[in-house]
Design a protein. Structure first.
Length: 381
């Protein structure tokens, strides 16, 4: 099954039943569910039977077979986890796109159906979405999914990155000094060893996964209301963390990809790498939302421009957010000295700061006419 062929995947099962029958109690559904279960280690006398992980290849095959007969969120959830384990984040992104398309196209009839006997209660559907937040399920698999696979250096995941960061933050004990866990340097070496195109493909998949998660949460909330909606923040935040790390690796390679939407209309940079990042089965909107890696900020001007970009984003996409107000104030303070910033933020603390610095007050104006009080020029919120 080609998960990028949405035209075929979204074709109605039949005219009478666009989403086909509910196959929850079908034998094939049960086999898929059982294949997705891991088995714990067992001991019979002196015989130890090792634990076995789920058979994700079988889960994927059975899920794809079921989707030729039904359109079911639960089956797509199984498929998403299977593709994540079989094909990595790229396959996971395609499964999320399919789930999003099912919801947006077949909301009235996709399985599991709304509970029509209970005022169209959406609990069956929201419970399916909650599985994407399972710390021992998809969340664990995301942490273990490879972000890079180098034949020479190895395969490394976000979990490896987290362990490497922890190791840098605290010195290893004697027991841990011989640990086989990779360092950040080794992980960097793996990213340096693979083609830029493969890193771009991973970046694209993670970026689109975040987009699909956001769209699913927003659409479902619009349909069922805030009180019945489900938050998909856990997988979204995890995917964003994965994406941020992959983008940092592209930055190390000096890659320039698509400009953000509204900035050059998403045109690729001169080296053409932006076109590679936007290749594949992308919607026009997704391609236009590419990221920009322009190297590290090296000057105050660069920093202020970056703050401008952040403000523009929030003003256009989240007009109710108070962040632009705070960021604009930070911009105004960027070129000021410490005391000027203090005068702006906390005028009463200036005299204390001057005293700490050993500055003596100017006594030349203490005799004669009293000094006019200075106007309060501190900016307001």
């Amino acid at each position: 099954m080609d998960l990028t062929d949405l035209e075929t995947l979204l074709a109605p099962i039949s005219d009478d039943e666009p989403c086909g029958p509910d196959l929850e109690y079908d034998a094939e559904f049960g086999e898929m569910d059982r294949a997705a279960q891991s088995t714990a280690e067992q001991q019979y006398g002196d015989t130890v039977v090792a634990a076995e992980p789920p058979d994700w290849k079988d889960v994927k095959k059975r899920a794809e077979a079921l989707l030729s007969r039904t359109k079911d969120m639960r089956v797509v959830a199984f498929l998403a986890r299977a593709t994540l384990n079989q094909d990595g984040v790229i396959g996971f992104s395609h499964a999320l796109q399919l789930l999003r398309s099912y919801l947006e196209t077949f909301w009235d009839t996709v399985h599991p159906e709304l509970d029509h006997e209970d005022n169209d209660d959406p609990t069956y559907r929201t419970n399916t979405l909650i599985t994407f937040c399972d710390e021992q399920g998809i969340m664990k698999d995301l942490r273990d999914a490879p972000l890079v696979a180098s034949r020479t250096v190895g395969r490394f995941s976000l979990r490896d990155v987290e362990h490497a960061r922890d190791a840098e933050d605290k010195p290893a004990s004697d027991d841990e000094s011989g640990s086989s866990r990779p360092s950040l340097g080794v992980i960097d070496a793996a990213f340096s060893d693979v083609d830029v195109e493969s890193i771009q493909a991973t970046e694209e998949a993670l970026r689109l996964s975040v987009e699909h998660i956001d769209a699913i949460e927003k659409f479902v909330t619009e349909q069922v209301g805030v009180t019945s909606a489900v938050s998909l923040a856990p997988p979204r935040l995890l995917l964003e963390e994965m994406h941020k790390f992959v983008v940092s690796q592209l930055e190390r390679r000096g890659v320039f990809a698509d400009q953000p939407a509204g900035d050059g209309e998403g045109e690729a940079d001169g080296d053409g790498s932006g076109e590679a990042a936007a290749s594949g089965d992308l919607s026009a909107a997704a391609a236009a939302q590419g990221y920009r890696v322009n190297g590290k900020i090296t000057s105050r001007k660069d920093a202020i421009k970056a703050l401008d970009d952040v403000c523009d984003f929030y003003e256009e996409n989240e007009p109710s957010s108070p962040l632009p107000l705070l960021i604009r104030r930070a911009q105004r303070l960027a070129s000021k000295s410490f005391l000027d910033i203090l005068r702006d933020l906390a005028p009463d603390a200036v005299s204390q700061a001057e005293a700490l610095g050993g500055n003596k007050p100017d006594l030349s104006q203490t005799s004669g006419e009293p000094e006019e009080p200075a106007a309060d020029n501190s900016s307001t919120w």
